[in-house]
Design a protein around this ligand. Sequence first.
Ligand code: NAP
Length: 282
Amino acid sequence: MSVIMKGSEVSARMKEMLLAQVACLKKEGITPRISLVRVGNNPSDLAYERGILKRFNPLGIETEIHELPEDIPQSDFNAEFMRVNDDARTHGILLFRPLPERLSSSYVCLNINPNKDIDGMCPVNEARIFEGGSEGFAPCTASAVMTMLTQYGYDPAGKNVVIVGRSMVIGRPLSMLMLRANATVTICHSRTQNLPEVCRRADIVVAAVGHAKMLTPEYFTKKSVVVDVGINTDSEGNMCGDVDFERVSPVVQAISPVPGGVGAVTTSVLAENLIKSAKLLG
Ligand code: NAP
C-alpha cells in the first residue's frame, strides 16, 4: 500500500505548534501581522488568499489585504508596496505573483525589507538560502516540500533527490534546501535527456513542471517517494498535478496528491515564516 502524503494532516500537526508560538509572542505584546498585496482579481490569487485567511484567523494572526487595481501604473504600484513595506505594524508581506504582465516586480524585490520578505523573493534571502544557513526565508512552496517529507519521515539526508523544474520560485531554492538537508541533488529541466530514467534512479522525485499528468508510471519504481508541486487543469477542467496520480499512486512507496498535497502545507509554512519575522522585528 502506498503512503498518501496529505497536506491537511501535516497542517493539522503544525497548527498546535503555531498556536503555541503565537501565544508566546502575544505574551510579549506582539501580534503577528501579515500584509497581502494583490493586483487585480486573478481567481488563483483569490483562492490562495482565502486559504491564507482560513488558516491564519484561527491562529490569532492579523491579516491586512491591499487590493490594487489591475491597471495600476508601475510607479504607483512601487509606491503602494513601499508604503506597506515601511509600515512598522507589518511583520511580513506576501505579494501575489505572477503580477499582470505589464508590471514588473524588480523594484519591490530589490527594496523589500528582507526580514519582512516571508516568501523569499529578494536577493538577500536568495543569497541566504544559497549559503545554506538557517537565516533567511525560502519561497514557501519550496519549504513546504521539505516540511511534507520531514513530517512523513522521509529524511532526504544521503538520498538521491531529483527535482524536475528549475524556476526561481520552486526548483532552484528547493535544490538548495535539499542540499542543506544533505541530499544528493539532480535538477532537471526541459532539455534533460532520458528524464524517466533519471527519475527512476532517484529515491525522492519532486515534480515542479507545470504540465498536467506528465510524469507517468515509467518515471518511478516501487521505492520512489514522489512530491507533486504542480497545479494544472486536466482535459475535463479538474485541478491536477504534474504526476498522473491515478496511475502512479499504486506503484510507488509514497506520493502527495493534487489537490490536497503541498498546496495545503504552503499556508502553514507562510504562518511559520511570519512568526519568525515577528520574532525578528518585535
Ligand atoms: P515554471 O517557472 O514554468 O518552470 C517550470 C520548469 O519545468 C522549468 O524549469 C522548465 O524547464 C521545466 N519543464 C517544462 N517542461 C518540461 C519537460 N517537458 N521536461 C522537463 N522539465 C520541464 O513553473 P513554476 O512556477 O516553477 O511552477 C511549476 C508548477 O508548480 C506549476 O504547475 C505551478 O502552478 C505549480 N506551483 C505550485 C505551487 C504550490 O503551492 N503548490 C506554487 C507555485 C507554483 P526550462 O527551465 O528548461 O524551461
